[in-house]
Ligand binder design. Structure first.
Ligand code: FE2
Ligand code: FE2
Length: 137
């Protein structure tokens, strides 16, 4: 389970709410695994999480477009990578009879990547955004 208090804020309310929402999805998935929920329930929740991630990444990419940002490509590639990991987790979840692989994917890839991504890419992006916006005003 992720302690939501550990989430570092970017200073943009929409983005911060979406991050909280996303981490809540991950925690919901941990709960479903713990409750030994069936495959359909788990993969439905994973699909919802992917939709939520897509929308969130789109919002961030709109922010990237609005400014002159040096790490545009790197940031977008990381979004793609996180989406791919989640898509792979869905496939594994549907094919595999145990939730072992999904649990591993959540812990080793999805949770770790998302938290690292927020700290190392989203925080600097929003900092850059507010710096540029501050200069323009
Ligand atoms: Fe991002
Ligand atoms: Fe983000």
């Amino acid at each position: 389970m992720i302690d939501l208090n550990k989430l570092v804020k970017t200073g943009n309310n929409t983005i911060d709410e979406e991050h909280t929402h996303f981490l809540t999805y991950i925690n919901n998935l941990y709960s479903l695994i713990e409750q030994k929920a069936d495959k359909d329930t788990i993969s439905a929740k994973l699909s919802e999480m992917i939709l939520c991630a897509r929308e969130h990444f789109r919002h961030e990419e709109d922010i990237i477009q609005a400014i002159d940002y040096p790490d545009t490509l790197k940031h977008k590639r990381e979004h793609e990578r996180i989406l791919k990991t989640m898509q792979l987790a869905i496939i594994q979840c549907r094919e595999d009879n145990s939730t072992y692989l999904l649990e591993n994917a959540l812990q080793d890839s999805i949770e770790a990547w998302v938290l690292t991504h927020i700290n190392e890419m989203d925080i600097p992006l929003l900092k850059h955004y507010y710096q540029q916006k501050g200069k323009e005003e």
